[in-house]
Design a protein around this ligand. Sequence first.
Ligand code: SF4
Length: 344
Amino acid sequence: MKLTSKYEMIQHILTELKQPAYRFEQIAEAIFKQRIGEYDRMTILPKGLRNELIMRLGEHVLNLTPVIQKTSRQVNKVLFAIEGGEHVEAVQLSYERGWKSYCISSQCGCGYGCSFCATGTIGLKRNLTADEITDQLLYFHLNGDALDSVSFMGMGEALANPNIFDTLKILTDSRTFGLGHRRITVSTIGILPNIDRLTKEFPQVNLTFSLHSPFDEQRSELMPINNRFPLHDVLNRLDQHIHDAGRKVYIAYILLRGKNDSNEHAEAIAALLKDRGPWEHLYHVNLIPYNSTDVTPESFHQSDNDRVQRFVSILKSKGIKVTVRTQFGTDINAACGQLYGHNK
Ligand code: SF4
């Protein structure tokens, strides 16, 4: 039997030791309600069981090691060491009203090579396990932070990692993280087979599609995945997702000065999202200011404010719902497309 996470492993150990069924609830409560991070401190458990858990799983519930933490006003970025000497990053965003949102990594590096993205420059090292993904959140939880919403917009393409589905199961399990499906956002460049799987297994989880150009040829240049899963095929599948799930789909669009921020681009996006069917009002465009890093090409720059406003007004005039995403974290390279596991 393949055990996909430490939570399954704990259940397996309990069964092997013929422990009563309530033991798992006791352990889950210790971790998720009392925020106890060491098995030995779970004094509600018999000493022998605690020792067995320590022997099989180690002393600490958390298996990631935080290496560096960088904080700016509303952003807290943590670099974690993972097995194999690699690193991944997670970002905590604190909103004014006390809401805490997290941007976590699903892969170490990424193999898709989008030309504007820092993570893409390091290639794919490996998929993260469900434990390595959920531990990024467990770290903050054990530190006493609330987990209000989570997006898979850190390093990697979430839907390219099959472990994402076990991850979603753990995050939404009421005995463990207990996150509402609607508080989770999966972002994808358009990995078709796993969009289908997400629609079937987690229809209520928010889905964001990274478009970045409405023109096939340009999108293929910016995002080579477009050759394999062309944007028109992805949009047809997203129609199906909206139809089946009855949920909004977000279209993420990074504005790159002089590259994809022209009036023609705005008009073409509107044309793509209109006349799709009675569900078309459930598409929502999120415009994202571009963030440069030391490793992304110098030819990419952030669009001027006037251009952004013009882009917004064209989309709005065509009846497209649009928001410009607030930017924070750029000073510590914690914004979108800036995570690449370096101590920068
Ligand atoms: S934008 Fe996403 S899919 Fe593209 S290279 Fe970066 S991390 Fe990978």
